[in-house]
Design a protein around this ligand. Sequence first.
Ligand SMILES: [Zn+2]
Length: 134
Amino acid sequence: MKIRIKINFCPGELSKDHPLFEENFNCVERFVALPGENVVCWRCNGAGAHVNPAIDGNGISPEEFHEDPDFAESYFGGVYDITCEECNGDRVVGQANEKAFSQGDREIYKQHLDYLEADRQIRAEHAAEIRAGA
Ligand SMILES: [Zn+2]
């Protein structure tokens, strides 16, 4: 089965015979149909919603809940919940099945993985700069 997965790639870096090739070297984010299946969303565990990261993105200590029971009640009661940022409330996300990929699928997915890795490194460097007080 094919599912739609959000892929980051650069159309101009694909092989010229790839269906998604374009003379365009700006990287794009697009939904691409790839072999795979829908799996329960890792972000919200299938709930379709999670607490707003603006509230608990840096973590909340047990002391904070203890000192502010009203906050704790609201927090666990779902007051700060937002629609899941990963699945957009669908409760499932597409997961590619790389074993079923065609050569073209592999080519585009490799770019996507490279993009994710580069993105992860940039974030890690940024976080290190903040820790160093830059
Ligand atoms: Zn989700």
